[in-house]
Design a protein around this ligand. Structure first.
Ligand SMILES: Cc1cc2nc3c(=O)[nH]c(=O)nc-3n(C[C@H](O)[C@H](O)[C@H](O)COP(=O)(O)OP(=O)(O)OC[C@H]3O[C@@H](n4cnc5c(N)ncnc54)[C@H](O)[C@@H]3O)c2cc1C
Length: 386
């Protein structure tokens, strides 16, 4: 699946201009009001951004992973709240249905997800099951032609905006093989949305707990129609998501470097531009070199991802996706830290964008698998090698 090159180039150009002309000027409003303005969200939907990863037959743009990463790199160059508002539809909320859903599930949900009419969230994490997601406790008990779901989910991105959840619950015994994935409409009786989480950064993103109390979900909403496959689905979704996050990290590193260079060109001390001091240049140079390395890694891993059969999991590609997320999200943390340093005291002040970006990128090392979990995935893979 890929969009032809000419059409893709046009799309990328449009997204780049949209980011610069529409989103960047709205960054302060997002920070102040802790929300993405509804007209901007609508413009993002109209541009097709909710459907970049969904095939054209379901109303999406049908981008390859490599193309999705190019778009994510552009979206990463502005407040990360904009990307987050459509990010669950592009990735973790939709991909389980696309990869493992039945034809009927795909036909029913994907077109509405692609258009943005339906915002989907991904609900895996629970209060007692974060990195150890296979220990999740939310239960799904068969009851006639339905399942009754009870439990609670934590830190669910876009839950306050969501019309539905790709939600993992336990249909069987302990461990990963007892977990199934469901499509759960947010309007079902028994679902309660918690109060919005107050976070360190990424203002304008929405996360909260989701509580389920005997929620009656039709068995037809079991993804793929077969119980016990949900953990595998979730892990495949996360492999793809990790690449998307890596591209976002590179985009944000680009933006932080740009604002840092601009500051270094203008700020004068000791009668010179601070950017003329070699110690300041060293910080900028380290960030530039690491960004190039990270972005090359994203492109290479995305190519490997596209080369495998669609929807299949490949341990080599999973390992590469973990390497890519580990490197790029740690990299953008270092770039942001240097960005603050280049700005001196101004870098600690709210009115400078770099202060905000420094807080925003911290999350990238935590969700969709912490850096330690990426190390574990890589380490396990290496120890399995003959
Ligand atoms: C803003 C935000 C949005 C999120 N959005 C979503 C979402 O949409 N859907 C969703 O399902 N989840 C979401 N999450 C949850 C996120 O994926 C988890 O927070 C993350 O996986 C870590 O789990 P935890 O917070 O329980 O930390 P823990 O698992 O408790 O980890 C705490 C620390 O211990 C380390 N650790 C844990 N196990 C090991 C180990 N075996 N070896 C070494 N170190 C280890 C971790 O790396 C970390 O440093 C979101 C989280 C945040 C903060």
């Amino acid at each position: 699946m890929a969009l032809d090159q000419d059409t893709f180039d046009l799309l990328k150009d449009t997204v780049r201009r949209f980011v610069r002309e529409r989103l960047v000027p709205a960054e302060d409003a997002v920070e102040e009001h802790d929300d993405v303005p509804p007209d901007i969200l609508q413009d993002m939907k109209d541009l097709g951004l909710c459907g970049v990863s969904i095939p054209e037959e379901y109303g999406g743009l049908g981008l390859s992973m490599a193309q999705e990463c190019e778009v994510a790199y552009e979206l990463g160059q502005t407040a990360l709240a904009f990307r987050s508002a459509v990010g669950t539809n592009i990735g973790i909320g939709s991909q389980g249905i696309l990869m493992d859903g039945t034809p009927a599930q795909k036909a029913e949900y994907l077109p509405r997800i692609a258009s943005g009419e339906l915002i989907m969230s991904f609900a895996l994490t629970e209060p007692d099951a974060g990195s150890d997601a296979a220990s999740l406790k939310t239960r799904a008990v068969a009851d006639g032609s339905d399942y009754l779901l009870s439990g609670s989910k934590r830190y669910i991105t876009n839950a306050p905006r969501a019309g539905g959840f790709t939600l993992m619950a336990r249909t069987g015994g302990a461990g990963a093989s007892g977990i199934s994935a469901f499509i759960v409409p947010a309007t079902l009786p028994g679902i309660t949305i918690g109060k919005p989480d107050r976070k360190m950064g990424q203002r304008g993103t929405k996360t909260c707990d989701v509580f389920l109390d005997q929620v009656r979900v039709p068995a037809a909403n079991l993804i793929g129609g077969e119980p016990g496959k949900g953990f595998k689905t979730a892990m495949k979704v996360l492999d793809r998501g990790r690449l998307h996050i890596s591209a976002i990290a590179c985009g944000m590193a680009r933006r932080i470097l740009d604002v840092s260079i601009a500051y270094a060109q203008n700020r004068k001390q000791f009668g010179s531009r601070i950017g003329d001091f070699q110690l300041v240049q060293a910080m900028l140079a380290d960030s530039q070199a690491e960004l190039l390395a990270g972005w090359a890694l994203v492109r290479e891993t995305a190519r490997a991802y596209d080369a495998k059969p669609p929807g299949a999991s490949d341990p080599d590609v999973s390992m590469q996706a973990s390497c890519t997320k580990l490197f790029t999200t740690e990299m953008v943390g270092r770039v942001a830290d240097r960005g603050v340093q280049v700005h001196g005291g101004a870098g600690y002040m709210n009115e400078y964008k770099v202060e905000r970006f420094y807080r925003d990128v911290r999350l990238l090392r935590l969700y969709e698998g912490t850096s330690q979990i990426q190390q574990l995935v890589i380490g396990k893979h290496l120890m399995r090698a003959p």
